[in-house]
Write a protein that binds this ligand. Structure first.
Ligand SMILES: C[S@@+](CC[C@H](N)C(=O)[O-])C[C@H]1O[C@@H](n2cnc3c(N)ncnc32)[C@H](O)[C@@H]1O
Length: 394
């Protein structure tokens, strides 16, 4: 589960050099400059240090540390609001000169840069955990269970960011509480680092699409929590083979299948298609929807750089289908509204791989962000349609 390469960080404390394992699921490099901070450190001071690239090892009360993280967050909010105002003024001055065709993609990339910058700054507040992930900080809660579930056993002390710890605690909450799936009367329990189907309007598309006449064998490519394999099993498909590249996803899917008492789904770690599997009457795939570069391993389920997975799937899928087999590709058109991909490009990839569209089912997302008028990407998000493309060899 853990990255193979171990990294260590060093800092001076009580006149001696300390060295500890570095743990960063967000993909941040080990900090080279670390100062000690505690309850006497003000939020402004901490913000200045973070902006200057200095990491801070928290030695105060655990809850005060969490509050400091929130205070840093608020300062970043304010800095972003100021930057937005400056940009709006600049845009207003330019607007009567020429229309900007790149406005939406630029805005999208700017937003991602801002998110990455926020992540970098917040990840500069660190804490130390013992070999069993317990914390010696005053009033520290039990965090070991969430850390073992998220990061696996380390068996040595580590330094990580409060932010990554919050991520592990949040994931433990989801894993315990589950995500109720509309239309299925069941909950899915996502693990840390696995695509959580909190917005899952596409499930209804899978429930509405008519199964191929003969549908004994199906594949679910990029199964994540196992959700789509479960939908197919509930619809009566006898044998399902589900793949994912992410070992965490396979462990998560396995738990969800056990929870649903389903024994007819085999899981395989594979890049796209399963090995040694019979031809499929139905192949479903819900690839990451946005064709841009993931900025950390945790983003691989959301971003598909250069549409590598999507194009690989379309190139290979025909060879795995039975004679009358069908493909159900789940894809949102958000990338099209953000001008990161065109509809013609997508249709071109279908045609290049001898795949004809048999039918398409559409749904309109109702999640909060699609209705948030203050979101700079509102125009794109509110126009988004999620589709099930039923494809067959031409
Ligand atoms: C958007 S998530 C969909 C998860 C799940 N099928 C669902 O609908 O909720 C995409 C999934 O594809 C997986 N994935 C990405 N590239 C892959 C590849 N080349 N082969 C197999 N799985 C891949 C990711 O790990 C992730 O679990």
């Amino acid at each position: 589960m853990l990255a193979a390469k171990k990294q260590y960080v060093e800092w001076y404390e009580n006149d001696s050099l300390h060295q500890t394992r570095w743990l960063s699921e967000s993909g941040h490099k080990p900090p080279t400059r670390i100062v000690l901070v505690d309850d006497t450190t003000t939020a402004d001071e901490a913000y200045r240090l973070a902006c200057a690239g200095t990491s801070m090892l928290w030695r105060g009360d655990f809850h005060n540390g969490r509050q400091l993280l929130q205070a840093l967050n608020r300062r970043i909010d304010r800095a972003e609001a100021r930057a937005k105002l400056r940009q709006e003024k600049k845009a207003a001055n330019k607007s009567n000169i020429k229309p900007d065709n790149q406005a939406l993609p630029n805005l999208f990339h700017q937003q991602r840069q801002m998110t990455a910058q926020r992540s970098r700054l917040l990840s500069r507040l660190l804490l130390e955990l013992d070999a069993d992930y317990s914390s010696q900080l005053r009033r520290a809660p039990e965090v070991s269970t969430a850390c073992v579930a998220a990061f696996g056993s380390l068996n040595e002390p580590c330094l990580l960011s409060f932010r990554d710890l919050q991520g592990a605690l949040g994931a433990a909450g989801w894993r315990e509480k589950g995500v109720p799936i509309t239309g299925l009367e069941l909950s899915i329990y996502p693990h840390y680092g696995v695509f959580a189907p909190t917005r899952h309007e596409y499930v209804q598309l899978l429930l509405d699409a008519p199964l191929p006449e003969a549908c004994d064998v199906a594949y679910d490519i990029g199964t994540g929590t196992g959700l789509l394999a479960i939908v197919l099993a509930k619809r009566g498909v006898q044998q399902i083979i589900a793949t994912d590249v992410n070992p965490r996803a396979l462990a998560c899917a396995s738990d969800n299948l056990t929870q649903q008492q389903l024994t007819n789904v085999q899981l395989q770690q594979a890049d796209l298609f399963p090995k040694n599997a019979p031809p499929a009457d139905l192949i479903v795939c819900n690839p990451p929807w946005l064709p841009t570069k993931p900025s950390s391993p945790l983003e691989y389920a959301v971003y598909d750089y250069n549409s590598l997975m999507l194009r690989g799937f379309l190139q290979g899928v025909k060879a795995h289908l039975s004679e009358q087999g069908e493909v159900w590709l789940i894809l949102s058109d958000l990338a099209e509204h953000l001008q990161l991909r065109t509809r013609d490009e997508l249709l071109g990839w279908f045609a290049d791989n001898d795949l004809a569209v048999k039918y398409r089912l559409d749904t309109k997302p109702k999640h909060g962000r699609s209705q948030d008028h203050t979101d700079p990407l509102y125009a794109a998000r509110s126009a988004e349609i999620t589709s099930l493309w039923c494809l067959q060899p031409a």
